[in-house]
Design a protein around this ligand. Structure first.
Ligand code: MLT
Length: 258
């Protein structure tokens, strides 16, 4: 099992991921928001790379079952229903909805991975589910850290530490030999040195400090809670859905028992 890693979504072309097994990480906050929304009953998440695409797609979908969610500079986009705080995606808001999702880096990385053979969305909140998924596929993977394009350079510390934690778990639990690229090994070393206090690491990261400045400090705690949302968002066609064994039967959702 060879694992390569990109520290930023801007560092590769989408065709480089064609037919590959891909894990997308955007801890603060897109990956966490996707897990929260699907866990709370959203039907699907449609990641798009631009606001124009979001408007175009939502125009062609049926309004009553479609929401637009996302951010620019961490704040809700004008004309959207939801921002990118995982706490906004409550069951009463998202159950049964298709969510067109547009964020600065996370949705771009997810959209760029649409040609992958397999793709799952990872964060600290669903870390063990992701490790189990990678062990099950048991083949080469490409980990894509969304990174940051908001004038803070493209490297995201929390994404890299999350990737390193996944690699550490895999190395301990997987019987098969793993071949790590230099970037994968670097992420693992970052987790070894910073993984003991994820909340402190995230509060002090560039984006964590920015989120605190704009009033989203509470989101950092939500995003740091390991395995608190144990679901697996996977690519299904061009959209993200819960892996079928995570999905409540439609009837349960309709009855509101999920
Ligand atoms: C991103 O996609 O760059 C982040 O998730 C932005 C954010 O939600 O603050």
């Amino acid at each position: 099992m060879r694992i390569d890693l990109s520290f930023s979504a801007s560092s590769f072309d989408e065709l480089q991921l064609r037919d590959k097994n891909v894990i997308v990480i955007d801890v603060l906050r897109s990956s966490t928001t996707v897990a929260a929304a699907l866990n709370n009953g959203a039907r699907e998440i449609i990641p798009v790379a631009s606001i124009e695409s979001a408007v175009k797609i939502s125009g062609s979908l049926f309004g009553e079952v479609t929401l637009r969610g996302g951010e620019r500079n961490g704040k809700i986009i004008e004309g959207f229903n939801l921002g990118n705080s995982p706490r906004e995606y409550t069951e009463s808001t998202v159950r049964g909805k298709s969510i067109i999702f547009c964020t600065t880096n996370g949705s771009v990385a997810m959209a760029k991975s649409r040609y992958a053979k397999n793709m799952a969305v990872a964060s600290f909140v669903n870390l063990t589910r992701v490790v189990e998924y990678m062990k099950e596929i048991n083949n080469d993977f490409w980990i894509v850290c969304a990174g940051k394009a908001m004038g803070l350079g493209s490297f995201s510390l929390e994404d890299a530490v999350c990737a390193g934690m996944i690699l550490d778990r895999l190395e301990k639990e997987n019987s098969l030999p793993m071949e790590l690229s230099d970037s994968s090994r670097a992420a693992q070393l970052l987790h070894k040195s910073l993984g003991r206090s994820l909340l402190k690491m995230m509060k002090n990261s560039d984006h964590g400090q920015y989120l605190k400045e704009i009033g989203f400090e509470e989101d950092i705690k939500v995003c740091a809670a390991v395995d608190s949302i144990p679901v697996l968002p996977v690519l299904s066609g061009n959209v993200l859905k819960l892996r079928k064994d995570d999905r409540a039967p439609e009837s349960e959702l309709a009855q509101g028992t999920k």
